[in-house]
Write a protein that binds this ligand. Structure first.
Ligand code: FAD
Length: 480
């Protein structure tokens, strides 16, 4: 995977090392010319400060060489992986207390470090799931929490825009990830637009097991690598959740924002959409038969905004009641996220957009049937049941639509792994891969590692922890 996880790991395997920036004596063996965010103040977590000082003063080495398990003991946060919390504590001290401090580590290229040969394989452009999101949307995290090791994103944003707001757009995040690869000269390690289709363990001549990774490039040409170590960094966005109801596989029932965007763009490009002015393209087809968006989360909200911006009428169906919606949306400040507040107000019917938007809360979709043929394709009946709390009854509901977009979350897709590997890969229940919390190595398969959402590190701020754990383990292993 060539998302932020794979990018961070490539950075560390290429020779970049983290040094605690409190004491200048700890930086004796690295290149002092490289960019530094040193603040020379101690980490606000006294225990962490004391542990790092003890370790790095004795050995004068970088943090990857230390005992990461010991350093991360007792840290708390929104990851269950201790090294992810350590990385976050060092990169974003006090972030969750609302009093952010500059990073407590500086990253330097270590000329004495051995480059660990590696290849980062990804089926699209580097940037991972960010490349598939609507580019004008704002990130949910403040920009500093999207930072990859060693390239301060706020400095980067300042160079690329006039105003420094605290949020990056998806487009900016993607560009930042690409620039990160460029600035740190990592591109030689990247094999983009290559799809991995099979991974299996094979016995090499040396009687050691190797990981065999095969796949195809974008022209269908096959490739194959054999390596002693394999890192799964494929994220959790590749397999959209489905409703599991009748008719869900009919054409024009979509399961991702990218498909929705492609659909709308192709209709506009083929002339079937007419433009009322340059900023307001109206598609005749969807104008007469509204589109249905299913889901109450932020991805569904993004799709609603995308449609409304193009004057496309939306029927928005979701199972949640208003109380559940409040839990999702009340965390988002209306000042920072006015667009999500707008969708929330529409969903809860505080605001009405006659003819353009209608919400159906508390609806369980039961299926889709093909309806009548129209010039541009055909329409659907979306049928479901609507819970009416006042009379404690269920009513049936049928809505006619031209297009349905179902956005109800996603899961990872590791179907390229051999059954033998898949069999005992997971923790129970089967959601996360079972890895050592410090090294991120599989507890069942030696030489297999996993990072990012696959092991429960769901935000960019934590991904460097997986990279630190894996790089540290590999570097130590190679030096014995
Ligand atoms: C809508 C949305 C909004 C988000 N907003 C935020 C936010 O504001 N802040 C935040 O911190 N996090 C946010 N996240 C989460 C964030 O995107 C993830 O934490 C992060 O992208 C995980 O990085 P990753 O590299 O592990 O995986 P991914 O970014 O998912 O990248 C994995 C890559 O592996 C590739 N891949 C998968 N299978 C194969 C294969 N067989 N062959 C080749 N390549 C393959 C995929 O195509 C993908 O490019 C958001 C996620 C979503 C879905």
């Amino acid at each position: 995977g060539n998302g932020p996880s794979g990018i961070s790991l490539s950075y560390m395997l290429s020779g970049y090392r983290p040094y605690y920036n409190y004491s200048s004596s700890s930086s004796s063996n690295h290149d002092k010319n490289s960019s530094s965010s040193s603040n020379n103040s101690r980490h606000p977590n006294e225990l962490l400060h004391a542990r790092i000082m003890n370790m790095t003063l004795e050995s004068r080495e970088n943090i990857l060489e230390q005992d990461l398990g010991l350093l991360s003991e007792g840290l708390e946060g929104r990851s269950t992986n201790p090294v992810a919390l350590l990385f976050d504590a060092l990169t974003n001290p006090n972030a969750d207390l609302g009093m952010p401090r500059p990073p407590a580590i500086d990253w330097h290229f270590d000329w004495t470090a051995k480059y660990v040969p590696h290849v980062v394989i990804g089926k699209a452009m580097p940037g991972g799931t960010w490349q598939t999101m609507e580019k004008t949307m704002k990130s949910l995290s403040i920009s500093s929490l999207l930072q990859l090791p060693g390239l301060p994103i706020d400095d980067w944003l300042l160079k690329h825009r006039l105003l420094l707001l605290f949020l990056a757009s998806v487009d900016e995040a993607c560009q930042y990830f690409l620039d990160f690869i460029d600035v740190n000269k990592l591109s030689k390690n990247f094999l983009n637009f290559h799809l991995v289709t099979k991974v299996q363990k094979v016995l090499a001549h040396s009687k050691k097991y190797l990981w065999e990774v095969t796949g195809i490039d974008s022209t269908g040409r096959p490739f194959c690598y054999r390596a002693p170590r394999l890192v799964l960094a494929t994220g959790s966005s590749d397999r959209p959740n489905r409703l599991g109801v009748n008719g869900e596989s009919l054409p024009n029932i979509l399961h991702s924002h990218a498909e929705f965007e492609t659909f709308i763009n192709s209709r506009l490009a083929s002339g079937r959409g007419k433009r009322c002015n340059s900023s307001c393209p109206v598609n005749d087809f969807v104008n007469t038969h509204p589109i249905v968006i299913v889901g109450s989360g932020l991805s569904a909200a993004d799709a609603v905004l995308y449609a409304l911006d193009r004057q496309i009428p939306v029927i928005h169906i979701f199972r949640s009641d208003f109380e559940t919606l409040n839990k999702i949306y009340s965390n988002l400040s209306p000042v920072i996220y006015p667009e999500y507040t707008r969708v929330y107000d529409l969903m809860t019917q505080k605001v009405v957009l006659n003819g353009l938007y209608k919400s159906y809360p508390g609806v369980e979709i039961l299926g889709f049937t093909r309806n009548h043929q129209v010039e541009e394709g055909f329409t659907f009946d979306v049928y479901g049941s609507l819970c009416v709390p006042e009379c404690d009854q269920e009513q049936s509901l049928t809505i006619q639509a031209s297009l349905v977009i179902i956005l109800i979350g996603s899961q990872h897709n590791l179907s390229f792994l051999d059954d033998e590997i898949l069999k005992n890969l997971y923790k129970t229940p089967k959601l996360l891969i079972d890895v050592n919390p410090v090294t991120y190595q599989s507890n069942q398969h030696r030489g297999l590692y996993a990072m990012g959402p696959l092991v429960g590190d769901n935000f960019v701020r934590y991904l460097g922890g997986g990279a630190m754990g894996i790089a540290s383990h590999i570097i130590k292993d190679l030096s014995v």
